[in-house]
Design a protein around this ligand. Structure first.
Ligand SMILES: Nc1ncnc2c1ncn2[C@@H]1O[C@H](COP(=O)(O)OP(=O)(O)OP(=O)(O)O)[C@@H](O)[C@H]1O
Ligand SMILES: [Mg+2]
Length: 277
């Protein structure tokens, strides 16, 4: 299953991506952790020391197109449409491109880094959205086999509009109990429902205030869990995470698993029909 964790700045996307990854590893799952954000917090939380020689989707942008035998000028959308339904990347019996782009941390954990960068985006020819194209293609044409893929998202709703996560089976959207967060939750709900994306909300840094109450009231069964504020998250050590938080993550994973999906082909066809309106 491919799961993306999305939401606004500082809401807890990387923390929840990391908790989910560690929960899965502790329960003998194999995980491919994808860090799609500029700040690479997920990479850091998984104890990978990024260096300039580290492989990234950004540095291997041209190689991905070569691997697919596509022109570098080809549009991501056209590449996706052409290959849709024929996986090109495999995590169990790993293909050459995946071997190159993923970093193996252990037998159970690979990390993929987009490396959107910052200063080079100012002077480079591609904007931060365009740099995410290889990941958009990769996720769509990826057969994850026996692994779970966890994608830590970029802050904001624009990458949802960009369809970076359309190939993910589920979007965990991390809402906080605050007025502003509830407003954006409505935007995300609308976007996901327009495009048949599977999604649910997780209330992070939960406190029993009126806003938390409002979230449950307004979003009903789309709220799949809550995570309390926990100082233990500041330590880079899963043993220090509160047992209640670990239980919440287990529950959230269960909810995601129980979801009745729109399939990838259904989602892409819906997006196509929206584009052609
Ligand atoms: N449930 C929680 N309890 C306590 N602290 C938390 C919790 N969730 C997140 N935090 C803290 O909040 C801060 C922001 O979390 P995190 O980096 O996961 O957010 P983010 O959404 O990934 O941010 P960014 O948009 O910058 O990538 C961090 O200091 C993190 O340790
Ligand atoms: Mg983050």
């Amino acid at each position: 299953m491919k799961i993306a964790v999305v939401w606004k700045w500082w809401s807890g996307k990387s923390s929840i991506s990391r908790l989910l990854t560690q929960y899965l590893l502790n329960n003998h799952h194999k995980v491919c952790a994808i860090d799609s954000d500029h700040n690479m917090d997920f990479t850091d939380l998984l104890w990978y020391d990024f260096i300039s020689e580290s492989p990234t989707f950004k540095w291997l942008y041209d190689e991905l197109f070569q691997y697919l035998e596509e022109s570098e000028q080809a549009k991501a959308r056209d590449v996706i449409k052409k290959h849709l339904g024929h996986c090109k990347f495999f995590l169990d019996d790993m293909d050459d491109f995946s071997e190159k782009v993923l970093v193996r941390q252990s037998d159970s954990l690979e990390i993929g880094i987009v490396w959107l960068g910052a200063e080079d985006v100012i002077s480079g020819g591609r904007c931060a959205h365009g740099i995410s194209n290889p990941l958009k293609i990769y996720l769509t044409l990826l057969d994850e086999g026996s692994r779970d893929v966890v994608v830590d998202g970029v802050a904001g709703v624009d990458m949802i509009n960009f369809w970076l996560y359309h190939a993910c089976d589920y979007l965990i959207t991390v809402v906080e109990p605050s007025r502003n967060s509830i407003k954006v939750a409505h935007q995300i709900k609308k976007l996901c429902e327009m495009s048949d994306v599977n999604y649910g909300f997780v209330v992070n840094k939960y406190q029993a205030n009126d806003y938390a109450h409002q979230i449950y009231e307004e979003f009903g069964d789309k709220v799949i869990g809550s995570i309390a504020f926990d100082d233990g998250l500041f330590a880079y050590d899963y043993n220090k995470v509160a047992p209640t938080v670990k239980e919440s993550i287990a529950h959230i994973y269960q909810e995601v698993n129980n979801y009745q999906w729109f399939s990838l082909v259904e989602r892409v066809m819906k997006l196509e029909s929206l584009k052609n309106l």
